[in-house]
Design a protein around this ligand. Structure first.
Ligand SMILES: Nc1ncnc2c1ncn2[C@@H]1O[C@H](COP(=O)(O)OP(=O)(O)OP(=O)(O)O)[C@@H](O)[C@H]1O
Ligand SMILES: [Mg+2]
Length: 350
């Protein structure tokens, strides 16, 4: 009896003990796993956070950009919205542009190589677009890429200046690497004067040295474009005289396209295209209105850039809409032109 009782107690105690130990073990295991996951997650989060901050460091101008190649956006030609048809160009400029596009489109087959060797004609590594604001430099650069079926990498000259030593040069190297990988490719550098200014202007300061180093790097990258690479660098500037002279020597930016203010004939074509966009019904009356309007505006808009000419039509349309006018009148357009002209004069005085 006594033996039976002690055996039963032992059995009971051992069962309870195992259960308790198991419960304690489960409790600690659960908390250990939770703790481990929590600390592992925190470390992972912290590493990702630091990496993000380093990638998004502010540059000289406070812009947030990364310098890794994965931040370089490469556009497919079919995604470029800027068409050549939208531009009313001067005839000589149009022919120059078409010649460039034809050369870019020609495949680099054997015949093309022989033609290049025989006639020393080859697509330039670089083209400079120069002219006053609003004359279509940015639009044309993108339209050339689209028309030639090239990929497009857009670079803003002022945004190339990064805060940390060597970051801007690394970014430039990555841009050219991305272009090589995505051939055929246009690298479009807007406001290129901010990227490759004259090196002799270097005053020995840290900023001066940085500009010189960046110009050197850019010229080096351009030199490394092989004749058989299908890469074209297009630079746009309002201030061509500010560029480093080595940039405009042969073998770098060979071709220059000057987009100056439109003459009377070009202005008429731009305004005529804008008139068509009003989508007025066709009639003899409307035709005479168009003729009269364009004649008046051609005289009034002598120093207007294409964007200002297009704004005359945009502003007149807005005025008619806001004032619920049923018909367009010549006066509405003339007033819009006068207003744009006076705004420009004010800007020049300030
Ligand atoms: N020749 C043109 N024919 C028709 N529209 C034009 C022409 N040139 C410019 N435009 C219009 O003006 C817009 C602005 O032009 P764009 O931005 O290309 O000028 P830009 O020369 O690059 O000016 P900025 O020097 O200020 O950068 C174009 O998107 C286009 O709508
Ligand atoms: Mg521009």
């Amino acid at each position: 009896m006594i033996v039976e009782l002690s055996q039963g107690l032992n059995k009971y105690l051992s069962t309870v003990g195992v259960k308790q130990i198991y419960a304690i073990y489960k409790y600690y295991l659960k908390h250990f796993i939770e703790g481990f996951l929590l600390s592992f997650g925190s470390i992972l989060g912290a590493v990702a956070g630091i990496n993000y901050v380093l990638q998004r460091q502010p540059d000289f101008f406070g812009n947030l950009t990364g310098s890794g190649s994965r931040n370089i956006s490469v556009k497919n030609p079919e995604d470029i919205k800027h068409s050549l048809q939208e531009l009313q160009l001067d005839q000589a400029v149009y022919e120059q542009v078409m010649g460039i596009i034809q050369l870019l489109k020609s495949p680099l087959g054997e015949t093309e190589k022989i033609r290049r060797e025989l006639f020393q004609v080859k697509a330039s590594k670089g083209i400079l677009l120069e002219g006053p604001p609003g004359n279509g430099k940015t639009h044309l650069a993108k339209a050339i890429a689209k028309e030639a079926g090239y990929h497009l990498i857009e670079v803003s000259g002022p945004n190339m200046h990064k805060k940390f030593l060597g970051d801007s040069e690394a970014l430039l190297a990555n841009i050219f690497k991305a272009a090589k990988k995505n051939q055929p490719c246009v690298i479009f550098v807007d406001e290129i004067d901010a990227l490759i200014p004259k090196r002799e202007a270097n005053d020995g300061s840290a900023i001066g040295k940085h500009y010189t180093s960046l110009t050197d790097k850019f010229l080096e990258e351009m030199t490394h474009i092989d004749d058989n690479d299908q890469i074209l660098v297009i630079g746009a500037t309002n201030f061509i005289a500010r560029l480093d002279r080595a940039a405009t020597r042969r073998g770098r930016f060979d071709a220059k396209i000057c987009l100056s203010l439109p003459d009377a004939e070009q202005r008429q074509r731009i305004m005529s295209a804008e008139f068509d966009r009003l989508k007025l019904p066709q009639s003899a009356e409307i035709e005479s209105f168009r003729k009269n309007l364009i004649e008046r505006l051609t005289i009034l808009t002598e120093k207007f850039s294409p964007i200002e000419l297009r704004s005359v039509f945009k502003d007149a349309k807005l005025y008619c809409y806001e004032h619920k006018l049923g018909n367009y009148t010549v006066d509405v357009f003339v007033n819009a032109a006068i207003q744009i002209q006076s705004q420009e004069r004010l800007k020049m005085r300030n």
